[in-house]
Ligand binder design. Sequence first.
Ligand code: GDP
Ligand code: MG
Length: 174
Amino acid sequence: MQQELLFKVLVIGDLGVGKTSIIKRYVHQIFSQHYRATIGVDFALKVLQWDNDTVIRLQLWDIAGQERYGNMTRVYYREAVGALVVFDVTRASTFDAVLKWKEDLDSKVTLNHGRPVPAVLLANKSDQVVSQPSKLDSFCRENGFVGWFRTSAKENTNIEEAARCLIGHILNNE
Ligand code: GDP
Ligand code: MG
């Protein structure tokens, strides 16, 4: 018998960091240079055969146009079990905003017993820099991220890996 698990995962971070591109790449295997900030909340479904007896339906929630306010409503966060927090390695201000997004997340959704939902940090657009950002291991430990990845939606780098890392932590909380 196969079990099927549905997980709601949020993709948050400042405007233009590549949230929509990461989702499109991961779910539809496409990338576009065209910048499109649609308004509203959108979600995409990724179905994964996790192991022999587990199918995971990952519902990825995108925010569109509302990230400029730096926080989201509780409705958006409700029943989320994990998050990808994205910044753009070419724009330092988007890294500065990471902690604000993490606080917004932790203040609006928790697991049972008040534990924070697992969050993975994505250093996106890594295809655009020669010198990579310094290691973020201690930053993650100090600020409650379960891990981090240098990603590129353009070159399809590390997005699957980041999602697998997050899912592993979500499953540990089941
Ligand atoms: P969002 O506002 O966070 O959803 O960001 P978008 O996904 O709309 O991306 C903003 C811009 O950055 C678009 O022009 C994308 O093509 C571009 N972009 C997104 N991810 C990458 C990436 O990994 N590498 C490069 N070079 N550009 C990217
Ligand atoms: Mg977007």
